[in-house]
Design a protein around this ligand. Structure first.
Ligand code: ADP
Ligand code: MG
Length: 591
């Protein structure tokens, strides 16, 4: 075929213009995009070769090579993937097939007020695929030969990134594609091995294909010439080439999981636990989620970015993808790798995507299961079954002992935010709550434990909120409960009051503050006590009337109570009223 000139689609021309004019701040993404295409091409070959192994020809090891030529001012990215036929090069490199990109274009041109730098940020987030090469190049040459086709059926595609491109036939023995970027003068900084390696490390470490670069070594200059780095002809792999999460669980050691955690979280300690799963079904993704051992210093900042990284088909897309985890699980770290999302997904699109919602729900449930598992194995009381056999604890379960207590001390208060934030999982969250109580100072009593210990006839879960454990324990409002041996939960977290607004009952039993309204002990009060209380109320009527008059502007009501044993009087809040604790909190906050 002789040389032919084709025009780009109108949208492509427009996109090229934007790409070259507004992406200075984020130039380096061109390499991410081109390596990602190379990796896709290898994936495609692998897939087609499932039915036709001959496609591998004599090069079964798939790889990507990144080379640069300082004198010619070119960077070349070569893969031995599926390659392109002439028609494919015309079709795929000259049109915008991706719906995501079309959307993106219409958004960019829809609001002309946007400055070039804002457009640049947008493009950076979306990624523009092949055309991102024009960020650094004023001319791109693509040479390709499709797997299975003859060497003479190769194609050379060339464009200066303005309005048109040329294609011609070439002979190319090697299967796959080379993208040759002729760098613009303002992009020559990329003609540098160290720079290229660091970009590959940043974006493409987890591409599971090896990415190779030619080794360089220092050579002293001769005859007064300065020394220089020279190519050695030897190639080395510069990425880690292991997307840990894509490997089967059984092939990964605990140490490898821990190292990976440290690499992505910048934490020095090992995580408490992790969970690695491949989720199949309508939305397919892999999740590798970690629970850290220690809270970061800025845990309380609800605007803090979540710690889950988003990958699409092993290509890094973004850090802190908040759409993937609810705010109350902001301490979770890890990776989610989706097979369904487009590579050019933006934060805005993430918020709207159905797939993302499914991933978020699935991941939330996964985190809750991890916590449930830790909670289950938190304490092991050696128990002897009815058959006289002591149950055996596996080493794995033993390793989990005490971890939930440790987790809760660090993150329990954040978890409580979930009661108000995640209605769908409220019951599961409620089961994960732990409190101190009148039976133990340790924050270890779950609502289920409490329920199991309730007195016969007890109809509510009683709790008190206070600033400190000592204040809670010594509150006069607890007197009658102490006397009757009824357990009361002691809540001292600042969020407790707020969180409990969202938890009216647990497993059918209402939660009742001992500091609110008339405490109705119901069946816990015997007949004699009830009668005595009624008589007292009658006898004290004149006193009450006087007190009421005296406290007219200060108290809503004055009542005879059965909740006190030793103290003469206490303040209580009306049922449904704001608790004293909450009122104090609001006052502190200046309201
Ligand atoms: P996307 O990767 O999202 O499809 P791109 O703009 O990055 O969009 O690439 C456009 C198309 O060009 C690809 O879908 C593919 O068909 C083709 N292509 C790009 N690079 C290569 C390559 N290295 N090998 C084979 N085909 C490629
Ligand atoms: Mg691409």
């Amino acid at each position: 075929m002789s040389k032919q000139t084709h025009s780009f689609q109108a949208e492509v021309a427009q996109l090229l213009h934007l790409v070259t004019h507004s992406l200075y701040s984020n130039q380096e993404i061109f390499l991410r995009e081109l390596i990602s295409n190379a990796s896709d091409a290898c994936d495609k070959l692998r897939f087609e070769a499932l039915n036709d192994a001959a496609l591998y020809e004599d090069a079964p090891n798939l790889e990507v090579r990144v080379a640069f030529d300082a004198a010619a001012k070119t960077i070349t990215i070569t893969d031995n993937g599926i390659g392109m036929s002439t028609q494919e090069a015309i079709d795929h490199l000259g049109t915008i097939a991706k719906s995501g990109t079309k959307d993106f274009m219409s958004r960019l041109s829809g609001d002309q007020k946007q400055t070039a730098s804002e457009q640049g940020q947008l493009i950076g987030q979306f990624g523009v695929g092949f055309y991102s090469g024009f960020i650094v190049a004023d001319k791109i040459t693509v040479e390709s030969r499709r797997a299975g086709m003859k060497a003479e059926e190769g194609v050379r595609w060339t464009s200066g990134g303005t309005g048109d491109f040329e294609v011609e036939s070439i002979t190319r023995a090697q299967r796959g594609t080379s993208i040759i970027l002729h760098l613009r003068s303002d992009a020559e900084e990329f003609l540098n091995a160290w720079k290229l390696k660091s970009i590959i490390g940043k974006y493409s470490d987890h591409i599971s294909l090896p990415i190779l670069m030619e080794k360089e070594e220092w050579k002293d200059g001769e005859n007064d010439q300065p020394g220089a780095m020279v190519k050695t002809g030897e190639w080395e792999t510069v990425n880690k080439a292991s997307a840990l999460w894509t490997r089967p669980k059984k092939d990964i050691t605990a140490e490898q999981y821990q190292d990976f955690y440290k690499a992505i979280s910048h934490d020095f300690e090992n995580p408490l636990t992790w969970s690695h799963n491949r989720v199949e079904g309508n939305t397919e993704y892999t999740q590798l989620l970690y629970i850290p051992a220690k809270a970061p210093f800025d845990l309380w900042n609800r605007d803090k970015k979540a710690g889950v990284k988003l990958y699409v088909k092993r290509v890094f897309i973004m850090d802190d993808a908040e759409a993937l985890m609810p705010t109350y699980l902001r301490f979770v770290k890890g990776v989610i790798d989706s097979s369904d999302l487009p590579l050019n997904v933006s934060r805005e699109l993430l918020q709207e995507s159905r797939d993302v919602r499914a991933i978020r729900e699935g991941s939330t449930k996964r985190v809750l299961s991890m916590l449930e598992d830790l909670a289950k194995h938190d304490k092991h009381e050696a128990s002897e079954g009815a058959d006289g056999v002591t149950d055996v604890v596996s080493d794995e379960d033993k390793a989990k002992e005490g971890k939930y207590t440790a987790f809760y001390a660090e993150f329990g208060a954040v978890l409580k935010e979930g009661l108000g934030e995640d209605f769908g999982n409220r019951e599961r969250l409620a089961k994960l709550l732990r409190f101190a109580s009148t039976t133990t100072d340790a924050v270890s009593v779950g609502l289920a434990d409490y329920k199991a210990r309730m007195k016969e006839g007890q109809e509510a879960i009683y709790y008190i909120t206070a600033d400190t454990l000592a204040a809670a324990k010594n509150s006069p409002q607890l007197e009658v409960f102490k006397k009757k041996g009824i357990e009361v939960l002691l809540m001292t977290d600042r969020v407790d009051e707020w969180a409990l607004n969202y938890l009216h009952d647990f497993d059918g039993t209402p939660l009742q503050s001992v500091a609110k309204g008339a405490v109705d002990l119901g069946k816990l009060q015997d007949e004699a006590e009830k009668k005595a209380a009624e008589e007292a109320a009658e006898a004290f009527k004149p006193v009450l009337a006087k007190l009421k008059e005296a406290l007219k502007d200060k108290a809503e009501d004055v009542r005879v109570t059965t909740r006190l044993v030793d103290s003469p009087a206490c303040l209580v809040v009306q049922d449904g009223g704001m608790s004293t604790q909450l009122a104090r909190m609001l006052k502190q906050a200046g309201q």
